[in-house]
Design a protein around this ligand. Structure first.
Ligand SMILES: Cc1cc2nc3c(=O)[nH]c(=O)nc-3n(C[C@H](O)[C@H](O)[C@H](O)COP(=O)(O)O)c2cc1C
Length: 223
């Protein structure tokens, strides 16, 4: 395990990978890969919520999460395609902060991930106009039943066993890639002399879902 008290490693992403793996070993914490995702819309007001990290490509330098493209966060990202993600692992005395541009995942990748989700999660993705008001819980339930019937399930009880056959991904639901332009790793130290290393690099667009990255520059920050 890399010790941040020494000279900073050239590339923070393998370190982040180790930290994520270590967090996943903590048996007493559900969702060790949940992260606070912060976005701003066109009006520049910050917003934040928890999402799950579903994939981390440490070579190509991005984090993947899945959501509704028409949710509040989806609209904010459509207006300003930049985000910040923060992980906090209290038991490990660690925080990781990743900032950079956000691009929608390739469609085939979202299709492949959607296909791995449970029938009920697939129904929920189709049924929820995420972040829009709904009159009641019963109305949500009715929508789930309608969606179940549409895909060949039990229209009276969406919790019933799924029918055979695949459910296609809704076009308004899929993945995003948050590309790491800045990574700050924070490790708790004695007497509040925490270790903080900030790595930064240039990124340039290299296609619909890709960025090309320059070399990392590291600096140690005061705690
Ligand atoms: C532990 C946890 C994990 C979550 N994971 C996701 C997720 O992966 N994707 C998602 O869209 N919402 C997830 N949510 C719900 C979001 O926090 C949020 O309520 C929802 O995405 C709507 O956010 P928005 O209105 O800012 O778009 C999660 C919530 C919690 C507490």
């Amino acid at each position: 395990m890399v010790n941040l008290a020494g000279a900073p490693p050239d590339d923070p992403l393998p370190v982040l990978r180790q930290w994520l793996a270590r967090a996943a070993e903590l048996a007493d914490r559900p969702n060790p890969h949940s992260m606070v995702l912060s976005t701003t819309g066109a009006e520049g007001r910050p917003d934040a919520r928890v999402v799950l990290l579903k994939r981390f490509d440490h070579r190509r330098g991005y984090l993947v999460f899945y959501t509704n493209y028409e949710s509040a966060k989806g609209r904010q990202l459509a207006a300003r395609a930049e985000a910040c993600a923060v992980f906090h692992w209290d038991r490990l005395g660690r925080q990781a902060r990743i900032r950079g541009p956000v691009l929608a995942s390739p469609r085939e990748e979202s299709d492949a991930y959607f296909a791995t989700r449970s029938w009920q999660s697939q129904l929920a993705a189709w049924s929820s106009e995420q972040s829009q008001p709904v009159p009641s819980r019963a109305a949500l339930n009715a929508r789930m039943n309608e969606t179940a019937a549409r895909f060949g399930g039990d229209g009276e009880d969406w919790t019933a066993a799924p029918p055979p056959g695949a459910v296609a991904r809704p076009p308004f639901w899929g993945g995003y890639r948050l590309f790491a332009r800045n990574v700050e790793l924070w490790a708790q130290g004695d007497a509040r002399l925490h270790d903080r290393i900030l790595w930064s690099r240039d990124l340039e667009s290299a296609g619909e879902s890709e960025c090309r990255a320059g070399p990392w520059n590291a600096s140690r920050l005061q705690p």
